[in-house]
Design a protein around this ligand. Structure first.
Ligand SMILES: *Cc1c(COP(=O)(O)O)cnc(C)c1O
Length: 459
């Protein structure tokens, strides 16, 4: 792990051998990767020594920031004591048992059991298997269909990408797999502007009811959604949306799955996003923030309704991963969750730093390029628009989001572009001064983007 090579040498070796996720291999090889060599707190350094504010917490995961000694020590101790053992052979390890116990304590009361995976995608594969197993055990094998939403992100395995609603992913590899259906997302800016946000929330939720009626309730197994769609562009639903989804699922006896891979562990200012939006899911997928990304871990919290059947009826569940309950990952998760709890990070997001981000985003909303500014806890989105008054968007071919993202990179800020929606999800340890630093960088990059657009005659 050295910085002994020059940036150019790293880039050459990278281009020669390393295929990156979600990447146009050819164009990246021509351009060269940015090589990140170290990190501390909320900052990264690249191989040229440039310091960058990481407003994306890595990939929505480094909730406690980089360089936390307790997590590093927990990993080291566990590596020395027992680097690996499985949970297949009627065995278990202390970190996996303790983490299961702590998760039962931190999650809503209906959750007393957990199934571990290595990632969020694998967690959602487990969800598909478990939901169908549940209905099989109840003698209702025809309840197969899982309803999800367009523009949702549930991972990149065959089941994860199928549950997700990304058309570009479905187009590659013959997806979705059978038994997955999609409805429209609760994206007010794009789909709801004839209605108030609250009215639109009910309209969007009722698309689920219409889909259930179309398929037949007796064939529907579950509905899955992210409390706030993350990779889809930090789409915060109206407050009326989730309670209505809950009502519809209850009415038709359909399981409710909350994909908490991003929203879990404090991101929304509650321990879990479902608590922020007032829903009571039967299953919750988690990953990312459970370890603050220091090592990979994911899983599914299993609600009592399902646990009663899976455990009560007996019979083997033919499913699991080599790294289900990996002791090092579980030890790091334990240290991470204890730190979040002890430092009161969730309450801090709810009462202090989240409201402060919202306040600063309300200022960004006044920028001429910004058509909508939203935050939820420590997530934020800025919708870039061509005409602020009319709310019209840019021609997607102009890739205005990418123009803005390039200015961010050049200015030492990592912000993500989802189309023309600029999003952040900074570490939960951000101070007010660091929020100011981030918002000032964002404002500067919006100005640079506007100037470039003007110079090119785009507006
Ligand atoms: C990242 C993500 C996943 C997939 O997790 P991986 O660890 O990348 O497999 C699933 N769901 C949501 C909501 C995510 O953001």
């Amino acid at each position: 792990m050295t910085t002994t090579r020059t940036t150019q040498a790293w880039q050459a070796a990278d281009a020669a051998h390393y295929l990156h996720p979600f990447t146009d291999f050819k164009s990246l090889a021509a351009k060269g990767s940015r090589v990140i060599v170290k990190a501390d707190n909320i900052y990264l350094w690249d191989s040229d020594g440039k310091k960058i504010l990481d407003a994306m917490s890595g990939l929505w995961c480094v909730n406690v920031g980089y360089g936390q000694r307790e997590l590093i020590d927990a990993a080291t101790r566990q590596l020395e004591t027992l680097p690996f053992y499985n949970s297949f052979f009627q065995t278990a390890t202390p970190p996996a048992i303790e983490l299961a116990e702590l998760l039962a304590e931190l999650t809503p009361p209906q959750f007393q059991h957990v199934f571990f995976s290595g990632s969020g995608s694998e967690g959602n594969d487990t969800v598909v298997r478990m939901v169908r197993r549940y209905w099989d055990l109840l003698g209702r094998p025809e309840r197969q269909v899982i309803i999800s939403r367009n523009n949702a992100y549930h991972g990149s395995t065959m089941a994860g990408a199928s549950l997700g609603g990304m058309s570009g992913m479905h187009a590659q590899g013959g997806l979705p797999i059978p038994g997955i259906a999609h409805i429209e997302q609760p994206f007010w800016f794009e789909l709801g502007r004839g209605e108030s946000r609250d009215e639109f929330g009910l309209t969007a939720a009722r698309w689920l009811e219409a889909k259930i009626q179309e398929i037949g309730a007796d064939k529907v197994a579950a509905f899955i959604g992210e409390p706030v769609q993350g990779a889809g562009g930090v789409i915060v639903p109206p407050d009326t949306y989730w309670p209505e989804i809950q009502r519809i699922c209850d009415r038709h006896g359909i399981l409710l799955v909350s994909d908490e891979v991003i929203c879990g562990f404090g991101r929304t200012g509650r321990w879990f996003g479902c608590e922020r939006f007032g829903v009571r899911p039967d299953l919750m997928t988690f990953a990312k923030g459970v370890t603050s990304g220091y090592v990979p871990l994911g899983g599914v919290m299993v609600g009592q309704r399902i646990a009663d059947v899976l455990i009560g009826q007996g019979g083997e569940f033919n499913h699991g991963y080599t790294y289900s309950g990996h002791p090092v990952a579980c030890a790091v998760a334990l240290a991470n969750l204890k730190l979040i709890r002890r430092e009161g990070l969730v309450e801090r997001v709810r009462d202090d730093i989240g409201p402060y981000l919202a306040e600063r985003y309300a200022e960004l909303a006044r920028h001429p390029l910004v058509g909508e500014a939203q935050t939820c806890g420590l997530m934020g989105a800025l919708q870039l628009v061509k005409d602020k008054a009319a709310g019209t968007t840019f021609d997607p071919a102009l890739e205005v989001g990418m123009v803005c993202r390039a200015h961010c990179f050049a200015s030492g800020l990592i912000m993500r572009a989802v189309g023309d929606r600029m999003i952040v999800a900074p570490p939960l340890v951000m101070t007010r001064a660091q929020i100011d630093e981030m918002v000032e960088l964002i404002a500067k990059c919006l100005d640079l983007t506007a100037a470039e657009l003007t110079a090119r005659g785009w507006r």
